[in-house]
Design a protein around this ligand. Structure first.
Ligand code: TLP
Length: 353
């Protein structure tokens, strides 16, 4: 299979920088960011803080580092972090909350990945002879493994108000918070106003080659800068990445509705196929689908798609996950829908025979 014909829906992380990003990267003004002297990084951090209505921002190489610093800022060793049971911080970050912050997760299962203050309140614990105290509430918006679901603004506000009254902070893993904002037709500033820290990624739906930002108070970001250095994230002439990041931040949010429409198109096509079930509402650019009733293992389903030029990964024993993004056009999604139908009907024919 010629690589150019491959349609890659494994993640929105696979997006390549746009031509204007590449030009901006080539021309970026740079300096040593560990000295605070990279003008393009400084500009990106100022713009991110302004867009989110927070005092300050910190550029980090990855979302994982942004979440790691977010957790560390608000917790002490021996505390619990309340999060949803399929949260990225719990399942996909190599236990960094334990490794770096000395905390354990207190997961709460929610079918659509969205938590309410009522659910969280019941899990908040004081220090006692048997229990570790709650240190932090973490929410993921959009929720990746629940299929890109979006927190209603009111739910976020109730969680933040409840947490603050209980003396707790809220960190939002907003890797795809611009997708959430696009779905709601609200600004990221409005939907994250009450969160203490927010991490968002430039390198996913916004299509930058790398980079994430943590936003929050000036004092938290100053401490965060030291944690970033400890984690090996003190980079030097990193304005080259910030130049692409600025374009991602300014130009890319306005096109996310196209990805959402493509995801909806694929979800609707999938839901019509024999043996396939889309168990969640599709609000943004992620579609999780269950192939159990086709009688075919998801790894094998993925392999058959790959043999026909469509890359979609399995995420567990019955489900696969696809993401739409800037490098997948509507025509690509139409082709993917055809191949999904071919593989699903082949699977059904085989299991019937
Ligand atoms: N998500 C990746 C994989 O790690 C699963 C993907 O392909 O979706 N928070 C959320 C909600 C994420 O989805 C991710 C990455 C991260 C944090 C971490 O970002 P990076 O990969 O930049 O460390």
């Amino acid at each position: 299979m010629n690589k150019q014909n491959v349609i890659d829906l494994r993640s929105d992380t696979v997006t390549r920088p746009t031509p204007s990003m590449r030009r901006a990267m080539a021309e970026a003004e740079v300096g040593d960011d560990v000295y605070g002297e990279d003008p393009t990084i400084n500009l990106l951090e100022r713009r991110a803080a302004e867009i989110f209505g927070k005092e300050a921002a910190l550029f980090v190489p990855t979302g994982t580092m942004g979440n790691t610093i977010g957790v560390k800022l608000h917790t002490q060793h021996g505390q619990e972090v309340i999060c949803e049971s399929r949260a990225h911080v719990l399942n996909y970050e190599l236990s960094m909350m334990a490794w770096f912050s000395g905390c354990v997760a207190r997961p709460i299962a929610s079918p659509d990945g969205i938590l309410s203050w009522e659910q969280i309140r019941r899990e908040v614990r004081p220090l006692s002879p048997y229990s570790a105290p709650t240190g932090l509430i973490e929410i993921e918006n959009t929720h990746n493994m629940a299929g890109g679901t979006v927190y209603p603004v009111q739910a976020i506000e109730e969680i933040c108000d409840g947490a603050h009254q209980a003396g707790l902070k809220v960190h939002m893993d907003g890797a795809r918070v611009f997708n959430a904002a696009a779905h709601l037709g609200r600004s990221v500033r409005e939907i994250t106003a009450k969160a203490d820290t927010v991490m968002f990624c430039l390198s996913k739906g916004l299509a930058a080659p790398a980079g994430s930002l943590l936003v929050g108070s000036a004092s938290d970001m100053a401490r965060g800068r030291l944690y970033r250095k400890r984690l090996g994230g003190g980079m030097r002439q990193v304005g080259i990445l910030a130049a692409a990041g600025l374009i991602a931040l300014e130009e890319m949010p306005g096109r996310l509705h196209l990805d959402h429409a493509n995801a909806k198109f694929l979800a609707d096509s999938l839901a019509r196929l024999p043996g396939i079930r889309v168990p969640h509402r599709v609000e943004t650019n992620i579609v999780v689908f269950d192939v159990a009733a086709t009688g075919i293992d998801p790894a094998e389903f993925s392999a058959r798609l790959k043999a026909r030029g469509i890359l979609i990964n399995k995420i567990d024993a019955t489900q696969l996950r696809l993401l739409t993004h800037n490098d997948a056009t509507r025509a690509d999604c139409e082709r993917a829908a055809e191949v999904l139908a071919e593989v699903a009907s082949g699977a059904m024919a085989r299991s019937a025979g």
